[in-house]
Design a protein around this ligand. Structure first.
Ligand SMILES: *Cc1c(COP(=O)(O)O)cnc(C)c1O
Length: 298
C-alpha cells in the first residue's frame, strides 16, 4: 500500500445525498477497516519478528488481512479458530480460502476462551512474535485510524462542509472509538453489529476511559444477531448497489445504513446533517453470504 489516502465519493441513496469514504479501494491486498487498524504493523520494523499470532472466526476479514500482512512482511501467520464449519473446510471460500492461499496456518482449538488459552499456553513457548487480539482490538490500531481521521478532517475543511457527522458500523468498536478520539470537531455515529448497545459501550470503555471521546451509538430498531440473515439486510444491499453501483458488505453495512436512515428521519429536511459514511471493505466475505441469502430467500 503506497498511498493510504482513499477517495471520497458523493452519492445519492434513497433521495439523500451523502459522502462515501472509499476505504474499500485502499489497495487490492490490504484494504478496508483492517488495513487502517493494522497499518501500525505494516509500518513496523519486523526485523526480529518471525510470526504473527491471532485468533477469531474462520471467515473473519481480519484473518484475510493478517494473511496479507504476514505475506508482505515475509513472516508466518498462526491464526487460531474455535471451529471451522465442515462445509467451509471442504469447500474453502471467501476470506478463509484467500488466507489459505496466502499460506496462513489456521489452527483449530475448541476452547471456550481461546484468547486465554493462547495467552496461557501458546505464547509461552513462542518467540519473536506479535500477538494481535481478535479483530484488531488493540491500542496500536489508533495509529492508522488517526490517519483516516486526518484525511476526513482535511476533506471537510477543503470542501467547507458544514454540520458534518461521520457514520460507520461497529464490531469491536475500535475504529469508531479511535476515529472519534481523533476527530475533535465532528460527531462520530455508529451502531452495534456484534452484541448490543451496552456491549459496544463496554468495548469503548476498555480502550478509553474518558467518555467524551466515545462515539454516539445509534439505537437499532430491533435486535439483530451478527452473521444471521435478515431479508431487510439483503434488500438494503441490493438497493444501494442498484442506486449507486457501489457494493457494500453484507455483515455490517446493512445495519449501518438502516440505522443511519432511521436516525436521519428524525431531522427536519433543512436541518439534516451532512453525512460521511465510511465504506470499510469486507467484500471478500460477501460471496458466501450471498449464497446463503439466495438459498434462504429466493
Ligand atoms: C472489522 C470490520 C468492521 C468492524 O470494525 P471494528 O473496529 O471492530 O468496530 C466493520 N466493517 C468491516 C467491513 C470490517 O471488516
Amino acid at each position: 500500500m503506497n498511498s493510504i489516502n482513499s477517495p471520497m465519493q458523493k452519492i445519492r441513496y434513497n433521495n439523500f445525498d451523502f459522502y462515501i469514504k472509499r476505504d474499500d479501494l485502499l489497495s487490492h491486498e490490504f484494504s478496508g477497516n483492517k488495513a487502517r487498524k493494522f497499518y501500525y504493523f505494516l509500518k513496523k520494523d519486523f526485523k526480529n519478528i518471525k510470526k504473527i499470532i491471532s485468533f477469531g472466526s474462520a471467515q473473519a476479514n481480519s484473518l484475510y488481512s493478517l494473511s496479507c500482512l504476514a505475506k508482505l512482511k515475509n513472516v508466518k501467520l498462526d491464526f487460531y479458530v474455535k471451529h471451522i464449519a465442515s462445509h467451509l473446510e471442504k469447500n474453502p471460500s471467501g476470506n478463509y480460502e484467500a488466507a489459505l492461499l496466502n499460506n496462513a496456518n489456521i489452527i483449530k482449538k475448541d476452547f471456550a476462551n481461546i484468547q486465554e488459552y493462547i495467552e496461557h499456553n501458546i505464547l509461552k513457548s513462542e518467540k519473536d512474535y506479535v500477538f494481535i487480539e481478535e479483530g484488531g482490538r488493540v491500542k496500536e490500531a489508533e495509529f492508522g485510524v488517526k490517519i483516516l481521521a486526518l484525511e476526513i478532517e482535511e476533506y471537510i475543511l477543503k470542501n467547507n462542509i458544514k454540520n458534518c457527522k461521520i457514520m460507520l458500523p461497529s464490531g469491536t468498536g475500535t475504529t469508531a472509538l479511535f476515529l472519534q478520539k481523533n476527530l475533535k470537531n465532528n460527531e462520530v455515529l455508529t451502531c452495534a453489529c456484534v452484541g448490543d448497545e451496552n456491549y459496544l459501550k463496554q468495548q469503548f470503555s476498555l480502550l478509553e476511559k474518558d467518555k467524551t471521546y466515545h462515539p454516539t451509538v445509534l439505537q437499532r430498531e430491533k435486535k439483530y444477531h451478527f452473521g444471521k440473515l435478515y431479508k431487510e439486510f439483503y434488500e438494503v444491499y441490493q438497493d444501494i448497489l442498484k442506486q449507486t453501483n457501489i457494493e457494500f458488505d453484507l455483515l455490517y453495512d446493512p445495519l449501518g445504513l438502516l440505522s443511519l436512515s432511521a436516525y436521519l428521519k428524525e431531522y427536519k429536511k433543512e436541518e439534516k446533517p451532512n453525512i460521511i459514511y465510511i465504506h470499510q471493505g469486507g467484500l471478500l466475505g460477501n460471496k458466501s453470504m450471498q449464497e446463503r441469502y439466495e438459498r434462504k430467500f429466493l
